[in-house]
Ligand binder design. Structure first.
Ligand SMILES: Cc1cc2nc3c(=O)[nH]c(=O)nc-3n(C[C@H](O)[C@H](O)[C@H](O)COP(=O)(O)OP(=O)(O)OC[C@H]3O[C@@H](n4cnc5c(N)ncnc54)[C@H](O)[C@@H]3O)c2cc1C
Length: 440
C-alpha cells in the first residue's frame, strides 16, 4: 500500500476485475484483528463483491454473506435475454465460488439489525454478531405510487426490475402474445436502478417483436422529459423500430406518468388521463432502498445517505451501505457503480481494522446498452470526493456518452466491451466464470 501513490490507488479501486492488482493494494497490510467479523447483507453486485474482496485479501477475516436467494440472477444483461441475445441460464450465478474462498454464505433473509449490540437477526431465527456490517440490499418498490399496483399485481403486470422469476414471466407473456398485440411499458422519474435500462429494454422488446410478431406495438409512458443517452436511443428507435415503438415523454401538455393500472381489464392510466389496454404490461415503477434499510432506520426519505468518501452510513455506526440502496450524489445506480463502491468499502474496512492510512478514493461507472445485434452505446464517468458549499460530495469528471451516427465498428467494439465487462464483474463478485456465449 505504501508503495502506491494516491493516483494509483484511485485507479485501482475504480475498475473491475482487479483481483491481482488489489492483492498488491492490500498485500502489505497487517490486519490487527485477524478474526474480526464482517457481515454482508445482500449477495448482489455490491455485496458479493465486498465479500469476495475481503476474503481474498485476508483469509483470516471472518466474512459472512447473508442472501435470500441461492442463485443470483443478474439484472444486468437481462434485457439481452428478452431480445433473444442470451439465454436465461447465462444470467444465473451460484455462491459456490465464494464458498470455495471461505466466505460463510448463509441463504436466509436478514430480518433486523441491532446496531447497539452489533447483531443481525435472521428470518429463520438465528443471529450473527459483527464488528463491521455492510448493507447492499438493492431496491424496494414504491407500490403506492400506482393505484391498483401491488406485489400480487406484479404477477400479472411484471416490473421485471429485479431479475429472476419476474424476467421469466415477462418473457413468457411476450412469447404468448398474439401478433398485433400491444405491449405497454411505464418508466418512473429519477432516481431509479439503471437510468438507461428502460430504453435498452424498449430496444430489446422491439427487437423481439420485429423478428417474431412484427404487427405488434410497444407503447412507452415515461414520467420524464429527458433520459440517459437519449439522442442515440431515439436514433435507434427510428432506425430499427420506427413501426413498433411509440415513445411518450412527459411534456408541457401531457404528463405520461402512470398513475393507475387495472389487472382485470389490463388498462394503464396516465396522469393526463390517457387510458390504454395492454396485452402485456411491463410496469417499471418508482423505487427506494431495499426494505431492510427502511426497517432499521438507515434511510432518509427513499434512500440511504452515506459519507461519500467511505460509504459509511450517516445513520448507523459501523455500518456501510453501498449499491442501489445508497444515494451517492451524481453516481448512477448500476452494477458497475456498486462494484466500484465495493472496492472502496473493502479497502476502508481493511484499513479500519488494521489502523492503516486511508487515501481518497475514486469511483468509476460505465453503462452499456444494446440497441440491436452488435450495436451498443455507452455512457460513463469517474467520480471523486469534492468540496461544494462546505460539504463533501461525489462529483463526476471525464464523462463520455455515445453520439448519433457512430460507425458500425465503434458500436461493435462497445458491444464486445460490454460482454467482456460482464465476464469481469461476475468473476470479481462471485469468483466464478460466466458461462455461455451471447448471440449477436
Ligand atoms: C433491466 C436492467 C438492466 C440493467 N443493466 C445494467 C447494466 O448493463 N450495467 C450495470 O452496471 N447495471 C445494470 N443494471 C443495474 C444493476 O442490476 C444494479 O444497479 C445492481 O444490481 C445493484 O447492485 P446491488 O448490490 O445494490 O443490488 P442487487 O444486485 O439487487 O443485490 C441485492 C441483493 O440483496 C438481497 N437482499 C435484499 N434484502 C435482503 C435481506 N434482508 N436479507 C438477505 N438478502 C437480501 C437480494 O436478494 C439481492 O440478491 C440493470 C438493472 C436492470 C433492472
Amino acid at each position: 500500500m505504501s508503495k502506491l501513490d494516491r493516483r494509483e490507488f484511485g485507479q485501482l479501486v475504480g475498475g473491475v476485475g482487479l483481483t491481482a492488482a488489489s492483492s498488491i493494494l492490500f498485500g502489505n497490510m497487517v490486519i490487527a484483528k485477524g478474526a474480526a467479523k464482517v457481515v454482508v447483507i445482500g449477495g448482489g453486485a455490491g455485496g458479493a463483491s465486498v465479500a469476495r474482496i475481503l476474503k481474498s485479501e485476508d483469509a483470516q477475516l471472518d466474512v459472512t454473506l447473508i442472501e435470500t436467494h441461492p442463485i443470483y440472477t443478474t439484472c444486468f444483461n437481462s434485457n439481452h435475454y428478452l431480445g433473444g441475445f442470451r439465454t436465461f441460464a447465462s444470467l444465473c450465478h451460484s455462491y459456490d465460488g465464494l464458498r470455495k474462498l471461505g466466505v460463510n454464505v448463509v441463504i436466509d433473509t436478514a430480518s433486523d439489525i441491532d446496531a447497539a449490540k452489533k447483531t443481525v437477526t435472521l428470518k429463520s431465527g438465528g443471529a450473527f454478531k459483527y464488528d463491521r456490517l455492510v448493507l447492499s440490499p438493492g431496491i424496494g418498490f414504491k407500490f403506492d405510487t400506482i393505484e391498483g399496483y401491488s406485489p400480487a399485481a406484479a404477477q400479472i403486470m411484471p416490473h421485471a426490475w429485479t431479475a429472476g422469476a419476474q424476467t421469466l414471466l415477462l418473457m413468457q407473456q411476450l412469447e404468448a402474445m398474439d401478433d398485433g398485440g400491444v405491449v405497454i411499458m411505464t418508466v418512473p422519474g429519477n432516481p431509479y436502478r439503471c437510468p438507461p435500462g428502460p430504453y435498452e429494454r424498449a430496444c430489446m422488446i422491439a427487437h423481439f417483436l420485429k423478428t417474431k410478431k412484427p404487427k405488434s406495438k410497444l407503447v412507452i409512458f415515461d414520467a420524464k422529459r429527458t433520459f440517459s443517452k437519449q439522442a442515440a436511443f431515439e436514433e435507434a428507435f427510428r432506425t430499427y423500430y420506427d413501426d413498433i415503438i411509440d415513445l411518450n415523454l412527459t411534456n408541457e401538455i401531457d404528463d405520461f406518468r402512470a398513475v393507475k393500472v387495472d389487472t382485470q381489464t389490463m388498462e394503464v392510466v396516465t396522469e393526463a388521463g390517457i387510458r390504454i389496454k395492454a396485452n402485456v404490461a411491463n410496469i417499471i415503477l418508482a423505487q427506494k432502498a431495499g426494505d431492510l434499510a427502511h426497517k432499521v432506520g438507515c434511510t432518509d426519505g427513499d434512500w440511504c445517505p452515506v459519507d461519500p468518501v467511505r460509504f459509511t452510513s450517516t445513520k448507523l455506526e459501523d455500518v456501510y451501505v453501498l449499491g442501489d440502496s445508497s444515494i451517492a450524489v451524481e453516481m448512477p445506480k448500476s452494477a458497475f457503480s456498486a462494484n466500484s463502491q465495493a472496492k472502496v468499502v473493502a479497502a476502508d474496512i481493511l484499513a479500519d481494522l488494521s489502523g492503516a492510512k486511508r487515501f481518497p478514493p475514486r469511483f468509476r461507472n460505465t453503462c452499456w446498452s444494446l440497441l440491436a445485434a452488435a450495436d451498443s452505446i455507452k455512457i460513463g464517468a469517474s467520480y471523486r470526493p469534492a468540496e461544494k458549499d462546505g460539504k463533501t460530495l461525489l462529483a463526476a469528471s471525464g464523462g463520455f456518452v455515445s453520439q448519433r451516427s457512430e460507425s458500425a465498428e465503434v458500436r461493435k467494439q462497445n458491444y464486445l466491451e460490454s460482454i467482456a465487462w460482464y465476464h469481469a464483474i461476475i468473476l470479481d463478485a462471485f469468483n466464478e466464470r460466466a458461462r455461455g456465449t451471447p448471440k449477436g
